[in-house]
Ligand binder design. Sequence first.
Ligand code: NDP
Length: 330
Amino acid sequence: MMRAVIVEKDADGATHAAVKDIDEGDLPEVAEGGVTVAVEYSTLNYKDGLCLGPGGGLVRHYPHVPGIDFAGTVERSDDPRYSPGDKVVLTGWRVGEAHWGGYAEKARVKADWLVPLPDGLSTRDAMAVGTAGLTAMLAVNALEAHGLTPDHGPVLVTGAAGGVGSVATTILAALGYEVAAVTGRPDQADYLRDLGAARIVARADLAETTRKPLESEEWAGCVDAVGGAMLARVLGQMKYGSSVAAVGLAGGADLPAKVIPFLLRAVNLLGIDSVLQPHDARVAAWARIADVLPMEKLTAMVVPASLEDLPRLGADILEGKVRGRVVVEI
Ligand code: NDP
């Protein structure tokens, strides 16, 4: 038997999440190259909030085990790349949505979906980083691949006190960038300064739409976890030839923007996807995280949690109440 967070759907279509004992034999089989992982840590992302609740269209079948990322030790492997005892990390590939995920003592997944735990990180560190942190690293990599360097000027991070934003702020500051952190929670200003933000921008300053497609050129780059009207506003404030890495939609999926910043300021809008990111890019991003992310800052953004806490925390993250990175000890 093993413990897991199980989400069930009743006859009325309502979902309920609770910790239960289930048979290990209930783990879904994987067609080929399956690996069974003894999960040590998982974490909480916005998507987990959706999957712990009604699913937001992400969950295919009930009963369901959420948890879009996890780190642990290989217990059994049908794939020559992994052997029992190997430490591994999983993010993405719709695990925790279409497939059973990391909120359980064991997970059975395809070997292709795993990444060896990078040198220098524990399984707990890896989940303090999690999908949010990996995505933040991918966003910074994309901005730099499009020419961003610290001497270009301040870099904006939206949704800064959230998971993606906290890690993006920390990584950018550690790389020598001047970070301007946008938050709707003024009480998180000290936390963001401790992570390395040089400047705090109030969410309200960027929340209102403007009729002006171009404002004064402020930002040399942007990691945007918010989308919506804020992203539209930010596009008009970008410096000539700069890029915005579009990561999330915490503020909405619409983009009520003009194309003028693209045409007159050569601004680039870079899409960032962590879910289907190719293996080599994942391995490279994890290695860079282990290299550049200051561990004491990572520790400072961790909120520890247990499986039992998850139904409550799932609701909290959907309401924007979670700060930093929740690490779930399984
Ligand atoms: P969090 O909930 O931890 O952080 C989101 C932050 O956005 C909040 O903390 C808050 O920051 C801000 N925010 C929330 N609501 C609003 C609003 N209405 N208007 C403006 N700002 C708001 O989520 P994550 O950091 O885990 O994820 C952020 C986004 O990135 C999500 O949309 C998620 O789905 C997406 N994502 C995308 C990935 C990809 O592969 N592209 C991978 C991982 C996440 P503050 O309180 O500081 O204002």
